[in-house]
Write a protein that binds this ligand. Structure first.
Ligand SMILES: [Zn+2]
Ligand SMILES: [Zn+2]
Length: 256
């Protein structure tokens, strides 16, 4: 089976206008979308919740037309102040794949423009602490874009290593909760963090982590499966022989 994208958005996400159909026409394998769930989102000033009923109906309808190739997913943006509402929302929903992210701290999103001029020595420890808390709080399948909180800083591996102790805490929690580590194509190529991923993959493996996914984090067709061949080669070079996919929340390892 051709490895399929494990992080993708359609117009069921507040910040995407892409349609399911265009991804389905561009690729012959499985399509799983991971729509944004971000409560108290400072970007929009509201709760952003994918319409589960409409989403489920759309997936069911497309599955009839496209040979059962569509899986359901969600990208859970964790915010401590909304932990209970998040758990309550997820309680009666069925997803094939759940990504776990931290996008904001209640005041700003880590991709807001002004964050680039903030001191990363303040932002990174705060962000990593929230990641560990998210992992300990919300059951999910994949730790998405571990670097989201510092995408806007031009960090070298040397810079990031100053936070290695805290990063190890994040990764240990992630491994303990059976989360896969996501290799995020948008971070690697559009935010130029490939070297940070190279380092983080090795660190994750050195701690016993065995599950990895590749996700484009595409919000439009142009970014779908972005640089997938290169990222699959990177995984192979590191001795990773299988990547994780998810169906009904169960991991399925796929040879690469
Ligand atoms: Zn995200
Ligand atoms: Zn995303």
């Amino acid at each position: 089976m051709k490895y399929y994208d494990q992080h993708l958005h359609t117009d069921f996400s507040y910040d995407s206008e892409e349609s399911f159909e265009r991804y389905l026409e561009a690729f012959s394998g499985f399509i799983v979308t991971t729509e944004h769930f971000d409560l108290a989102n400072p970007v929009t000033g509201e709760d952003n919740i994918p319409d589960y009923l409409a989403y489920t109906q759309k997936v069911d309808q497309l599955n009839q037309k496209f040979d059962n190739r569509i899986l359901k997913g969600i990208e859970i943006g964790y915010f401590a102040g909304e932990k209970q509402r998040t758990l309550d929302y997820l309680d009666d929903k069925d997803y094939d794949l759940k990504l776990l992210s931290v996008h904001h701290n209640g005041v700003f999103d880590y991709l807001d423009d002004f964050v680039a001029s903030m001191d990363y020595n303040e932002i990174i420890p705060q962000y990593l602490a929230k990641l560990t808390e998210a992992i300990d709080s919300i059951p999910a399948n994949v730790l998405a874009h571990f670097d989201y909180g510092f995408r806007l800083f031009d960090l070298s591996v040397h810079d990031l290593k100053r936070y290695e102790t805290q990063l190890i805490d994040v990764f240990k929690a992630s491994i303990e909760h059976n989360l896969a580590f996501e290799i995020n194509a948008k971070s690697a190529y559009l935010y130029h963090n490939l070297t940070l991923y190279d380092y983080a993959i090795d660190l994750y493996r050195s701690l016993g982590g065995k599950r990895f996914t590749i996700g484009s984090d595409g919000h439009k067709l142009e970014h779908f499966r972005l640089h997938f061949d290169e990222l699959i080669n990177l995984a192979k070079e590191k001795g990773i022989k299988q990547l994780a996919t998810y169906q009904k929340g169960q991991v399925k390892m796929v040879d690469i």
